[in-house]
Design a protein around this ligand. Sequence first.
Ligand code: ADP
Ligand code: MG
Length: 396
Amino acid sequence: MKRTLASLDPARLDGQRALVRVDFNCPVKDGVVADDTRIRASLPTISYLRAKGARVVLLSHFGRPKGGPDPKYSIRPCVRALETALGAPVTFIEDPLAEAAVITTKRLPRGGVALVENTRFYPGEETNDAGLSQQFAALGDFYVNDAFGSAHRAHASTAGVAHVLKPAVSGFLMERELKYLGEALAHPKRPFVAVLGGAKISGKIDLIDALLPKVDEILIGGAMANTFFRAMGLETGNSLVEADKVDLARALLDRAGPKLVLPKGVVIAPELREGITSLTVRRDAVPPGFSIFDIDPTTVEDFSRRITGAGTVIWNGPMGVFETKPFDQGTRAIAAAMAAATARGAITVIGGGDSAAAITQAGLADKVTHVSTGGGASLEFLEEKVLPGVAALDDV
Ligand code: ADP
Ligand code: MG
């Protein structure tokens, strides 16, 4: 268990500088934040600190600048977006390495907020440099990590700084992520069902390996299923198949036995095009020249029944090419089944960037227990890998 922000005596936060790692890696268009979801996700932590009289200094990466500062990747557009979200002014710290930066943080009013320039402008960030970690640490009196989505990276602003600036605690968003993902894995209400999909088996082998001994069933959809179909000797036409993973898929099928549940039928088309006429066929009836782009209604029914009968469900990866209609149907139906399971009392957790986008598109994000904000980080967490940004926080 990691120490949380709530565990710090609120009376002692007054006047202290909270150095908070957030994830403000928002989409920006023409210098304006186009979607402030990530900024709003950090508001509970920021507002709590402000209300307790802390001086709040925010650190975040922004995009992937290569080799130093690049105006294209300045985090400055987030200053305006954060001011709007907070309804309060935000000071921009352009150079956190300058002596003036420390003075700026100390001169913030109680409850004041500052945002530091893109942490990836500094070469030591991605190498978790000790010197840079010290320089970041000088900007605060204690550390809060609320950037779960970056916790799988051992960077100066996520890991290094947490080792030198104490106490180092989780923010409210981070705490939620650790609670829901952690509890689903450690104390699942049964039956425990995992639903896996997406483009490739290769990115999710470790996940299947880690989940197999824990879950009662793994339902497989998406292009991932195609590689299993090939391993079963079925015709897959022009479907996306990972030829070099067919042997592995065969081994998994042998090992998992009835725990692995594959689609009984699929939706196919001669090509991937919006609005194209599609066909529904049994999985052993895919003609050459066609591609599998979704799970069929029979599979939707089968998967939905298993999901709504579960005590815990983890979903990672869409069931089809949900970006292109009509191949969004399977994914939408699974999103609805997740919501239905939640309404019946199941714990439902969604990890993975595209799956999170799919449930949001379906308008059901608030009808499930938890939608993880961390794509790669949630995957690594579910694989039970150590997340350096979490490991570096104080233990309870
Ligand atoms: P997540 O981000 O939720 O972890 P992934 O990144 O693994 O999910 O996979 C998402 C992608 O998988 C989507 O872009 C989707 O179009 C693709 N996909 C799903 N099913 C198929 C399919 N049958 N053929 C090709 N691509 C697919
Ligand atoms: Mg993805």
